[in-house]
Design a protein around this ligand. Structure first.
Ligand code: AMP
Ligand code: ZN
Length: 139
């Protein structure tokens, strides 16, 4: 993807604060940190998001995320890490190259990731059925 900003970062055409890389993945500081140390972990191959990544990439991706999360947590003396990924623009994805956000967390840092709602009577059961039907048809 010639115009993809994260592909350019991997190639070194755009500068970044790289924290880690291995054969298939690359981690660097987010330019607009939610908390200091906020890091993005991306595959070196261009995929739009998690939904189009091949299964064989996923084990290495999660191992890299765990490794970098431990380093970020220790490096900035965080008390926890929130790991977040937006898939598709409706979910808030702005850069269309797969990326997990590793966000260092501190007690009382005031971050509220999302408000929660409630199901009406019988609604959760219907929604659960719609999802499980899709899983059955994808097997
Ligand atoms: P998302 O909204 O999940 O697509 O997140 C995209 C993230 O990429 C945002 O948090 C941006 O701050 C970050 N970002 C965009 N451009 C750069 C860049 N050149 N270097 C580092 N982070 C970037
Ligand atoms: Zn890309």
């Amino acid at each position: 993807m010639d115009e993809c900003i994260f592909c350019k970062i991997i190639k070194g055409e755009i500068p970044s604060n790289k924290v880690y890389e291995n054969k298939n993945f690359f981690a660097f500081l987010d330019i607009g940190p939610v908390n200091k140390g906020h890091t993005l972990v991306i595959p070196k191959k261009h995929y739009k998001n998690l939904l189009d990544m091949p299964e064989e990439e996923l084990k290495g991706y999660m191992e890299t995320i765990q490794k970098v999360s431990n380093a970020v947590k220790k490096g900035v003396n965080a008390e926890g890490i929130s790991i977040n990924m937006s898939n598709e623009s409706a979910a808030g994805q702005v850069v269309m190259h797969a990326h997990f956000h590793l966000i260092p967390r501190f007690k009382d840092d005031g971050l509220r990731l999302w408000p929660q709602g409630r199901y009406k009577e019988g609604e959760a059961d219907k929604i659960k059925d719609k999802i499980t039907n899709c899983l059955e048809s994808s097997n």
